[in-house]
Design a protein around this ligand. Sequence first.
Ligand SMILES: C[S@@+](CC[C@H](N)C(=O)[O-])C[C@H]1O[C@@H](n2cnc3c(N)ncnc32)[C@H](O)[C@@H]1O
Length: 311
Amino acid sequence: MSLTMTLPIHTPVLLKEAVEALQVQPGKRYVDCTLGSGGHAMAILEKSLPNGQLLGIDADPDAIKIAKTRLADYADSTIIVNDNFANLETICKENNFLSVNGILFDLGMSSIQLDNAERGFSFQRDGPLDMRFGPTQELTAAEIINILPEDKLGNLIRTYGEESYSRQIARHIVRNRPINSTLELVHIVEQAIGSRRGKIHPATRTFLALRIAVNRELENLLTALKQTINCLGHRGRLVVISYHSLEDRLVKQFMVRENKGCLCPPETPICVCGHVPSLRLISKKAIMPLLGEIESNPRSRSARLRVAERL
Ligand SMILES: C[S@@+](CC[C@H](N)C(=O)[O-])C[C@H]1O[C@@H](n2cnc3c(N)ncnc32)[C@H](O)[C@@H]1O
């Protein structure tokens, strides 16, 4: 039996669309900022043969192990780094990997992380309230849940989870502290807002908010997006797949802003900002998965792909 047959695999989302958007070509260089189990990376490497190169980054050492095994056939063309993509530019510099022809972000967590109860991402499996992508990060979901004052906790659940019942949830959490496991938290959220509510599980938004906060997802994404401008060569492609509205909005706003010249308020007679456009939008609308992909991989349903080109 081959090694890869025993590996857990995350089904890559919008695979064909991402490779197309990156315009992968033989002999060129690409960065996959969210390597996961290497599905997108493998497709990029295959299409960039001969002589293509890929630098893959992931904060999760478990993902790194899986990707290394899976991409072993391409070891000579691949550099794999266990780090946060917020350090993108330094990572590229340290590995002599500048400039590049394309950068991919496939954000959030993998199904491997979600399915592992010990990671604490799932509201369907009992595990510790962890939710860190990388074990060296200091803050865990348990700390947020058990330490934050009620008003701050409510704000966090409202802002990051876009949860309308954030106050009720925060009140119930604070009353029931300490909370040690994911299913304990699910039970408390259900007590706060009922166990049946619309199409999604009542704990979905609370869990999303905690994950975003624990991993500083929006801050890290914006930090990395800004660095892509210095890493991409002329006509290099930036491709981002996001899975919730806050990150998609951030990506859209970043691309739209970098597509513009002067950013001064309209009443300013002469430009004082000196901003020059650095990106060209390839499509104004986000690319979404087709029905067939959503049917075969329901986790793809919220995916939105945006693409821009370095000027
Ligand atoms: C949706 S998965 C990527 C799946 C991958 N495209 C594949 O085909 O297997 C997202 C991955 O990004 C990683 N990740 C999320 N935020 C990160 C960050 N700020 N820095 C580095 N890795 C991050 C997660 O650990 C996870 O493995």
